[in-house]
Design a protein around this ligand. Structure first.
Ligand SMILES: Cc1cc2nc3c(=O)[nH]c(=O)nc-3n(C[C@H](O)[C@H](O)[C@H](O)COP(=O)(O)O)c2cc1C
Length: 138
């Protein structure tokens, strides 16, 4: 499927950079939800996120049958909260994959670095409480 990608604002990118662990939600084809904490989640540019699959089991199985993910970006220092929706591609060889693997191994040699999950950001929503909660931002 061809999706329309959106670009995170400077404020959103700054919030993203302050988060250490991201909640990554996936769903099976039947819609059974699954959410996991993920440390290796980096913003590659304004509209693409890379997630390193080291230990994914249900998450990976879900992504193979349903490429959609949701991530919320919040931490004590983010000064707000927003929610990202995106479509993923599972990449297990090639230049991008090797780059992800090098980053993972630089942080902790021996981690499996099984797949690169590339997320193309398609929508962003306000997630902070208040009158704007849930509104589509991008
Ligand atoms: C703090 C923390 C950070 C984690 N970071 C990663 C990560 O970067 N990559 C990864 O594949 N799993 C990571 N995990 C493991 C996943 O959260 C999870 O255990 C794994 O995806 C298996 O769950 P699943 O079967 O629901 O996919 C992390 C777990 C914790 C507690």
């Amino acid at each position: 499927m061809v999706i329309t990608m959106v670009k995170l604002s400077e404020e959103m990118k700054s919030a993203f950079s302050k988060v250490k662990i991201f909640p990554i939600a996936t769903a099976s084809r039947e819609g059974m939800p699954n959410v996991v904490p993920i440390g290796f989640c980096q913003l590659v540019d304004d509209e693409v996120i890379w997630i390193a699959d080291n230990f994914m089991a249900k998450s990976l199985a879900n992504l193979k049958e349903n490429p959609n993910v949701a991530i919320f970006v919040w931490g004590p220092e983010t000064g707000g909260c927003f929610q990202i929706k995106g479509e993923t591609e599972i990449i297990s060889s090639g230049e991008k994959f090797e780059k992800m693997k090098a980053t993972v191994h630089a942080a902790k040699p021996g981690l499996p670095a099984k797949n690169l999950i590339e997320v193309r950001i398609s929508e962003v929503f306000q997630c902070a409480p208040g009158p704007g909660a849930g509104k589509k931002l991008l």
